[in-house]
Design a protein. Structure first.
Length: 120
RNA sequence: CGAAGGAAUCGGAUGACCGCUGCAUAUUUAUAUGGAGAGGAAAGUCUGGGCUUCACGGAAAGACGACGCUGAAUAACGUUCAGGAAGGGUUUUUUGCCCUUACGGCUAGUGCUGCAGAAAAUUAAACUACCUCUAUUGCCCUCGUGGCAUAAGAGGAAAAGGUGAGAAGGUGCGGUAAGAGCGCACCGCGAAUUUGGCAACAAAUUUGGCAUGGUAAACCCCGUCGGAAGCAAGACCAAAUAGGGGCUGCAUUUAUAUAUGCUUGUCAUAUAUGAAAGAUGCUUUCCGCAUCGCAGCUCGGGUAGGUCGCUUGAGAUAUUUGGUAACAAAUAUCCUAGAUGAAUGGUCAUCCCUUGAUUUUAUCAAGGACAGAACCCAGCUUAUAGAUUUCUUCGACAU
RNA sequence: GGCGCGGUGGCAGAGAGGCUAUGCAGCGGAUUGCAACUCCGUGUACACCGGUUCAACUCCGGUCCGUGCCU
């Protein structure tokens, strides 16, 4: 987890509700055991990231926050391998909470490979 | 010592490394350094306020809603404290102790009270049963104005039975044809007076003679309080696009004047001035409906987005004083999260606690309750592993 | 974050202090040569926990779940 910020490509957070909706409706989606990846090409040439954990996953706010923190950590580790110029949204599932951390990373890489956006 | 219940406090500790979000300082303006970073419930959004906007000349009443023993505390409350009353637990009983209570009024009015039961609410009703009188019939004998039983009728009474949540005070004695607060004693209830208490209320005395079944978490009456909505409140700055107002120019229709052209006209084009009378579409007419342009400048509203609101406050800690207490006052010290797709985390080490295993008093393994700020306070309610303190009750053992 | 509404059989849906209607679906029977339609019968419910009341699905308080609006 020792990721230096400088090595990451320039990226931003997705904040607006409308961005999430467009990615959901017009982008691609790939489901794995630990998480769900939604992505869509943007015209900005940078990577934008977002995270979704709904109340359906867990009623407790503590658990939802924990899932979000794990997703953030996974994103920080795998992001150098992702293609530029796309929006990525990670959706948490129930298994995200209990699945071993390395498996989560592999899940994300697998999703990227399946959507043909993985790069060495 | 153990168990149950009530109340209160705490809610793993220390260090290192790597991250995340504000703040301060420095400069290279995105980096470094420093320091800070969830709770007792941050939760539910159930009450009461601050604050903001809207409404409103002021006040009161009505309507609607909430609350309701008394006194105090508080900015306020449906909260808290102290007291009273009622109910429950414990105790052989009383006292005592502990727990609980939406605890004004059904003797202001109106309603409701199923089924069952004879009868369900002002002097109610009469199924069984009771008594008296009239009187039929039968039996008995001492043969009478007799006794016993009894169909029917008239009346008395509300004691007993059964129904029901509830049957119009309860128990006992007297009384009576049988009975009845009809009378008396005790108890319950109502009224008045006196005493104690700020009061709720309590006690005593006198008196009434039972009138007042229950239900107001039924309508309602009485008293008190309340304008409404909420930080996604609201204030400010302010793109793009669309639309609105104003100004200028062009365009459209028409009238007049002038000039030019040749086809010499009720012609065409251009310019100037005035008017907007109008034009187009819906096949035509009347009626009706719809639309009225283009470019530039400018004005204000306002969306996205941003900034503020935002954390110094009914503030925290300590001490003293007043008060039974809730709480209040004084003095000193301190500043202690402020995010916005939303930070507050992860790993390791040592210790603490729990569980399990090995076997033995140490090792190994797994784990650490409920739960995450979103404008801020005061409460209430709900969730909570474990630890500690304290009160009450019960049980066991010892003295 | 704030403000509201609701929870009744397998499904829909009334009721409202005194045994919870009705329709569809299910099951059994009648009718029919066999079915459909029709007729008859039948089983299964008031989200949960307390309180008020003689009596609560209904009234009151709390919990859980579902759902709408404010951007």
């Amino acid at each position: 987890m020792n990721i230096n910020k400088k090595e990451l490509p320039a990226n931003e957070m997705l904040t607006a509700r409308s961005d999430f909706v467009t990615v959901q409706s017009k982008g691609k989606k790939w489901v794995s055991n630990g998480l769900i990846l939604q992505m869509r090409k943007n015209d900005l040439g940078i990577i934008r990231t977002g995270y979704t954990v709904s109340k359906k996953v867990d009623k407790s706010a503590v658990m939802r926050n924990r899932i979000k923190r794990r997703l953030r950590s996974v994103m920080a580790e795998v992001l150098p391998n992702a293609t530029n110029g796309y929006d990525y949204i990670l959706v948490g599932r129930k298994l995200t909470l209990t699945r071993p951390y390395n498996d989560l990373i592999n899940d994300f890489k697998w999703c990227l490979k399946k959507t043909e956006l993985y790069k060495k």
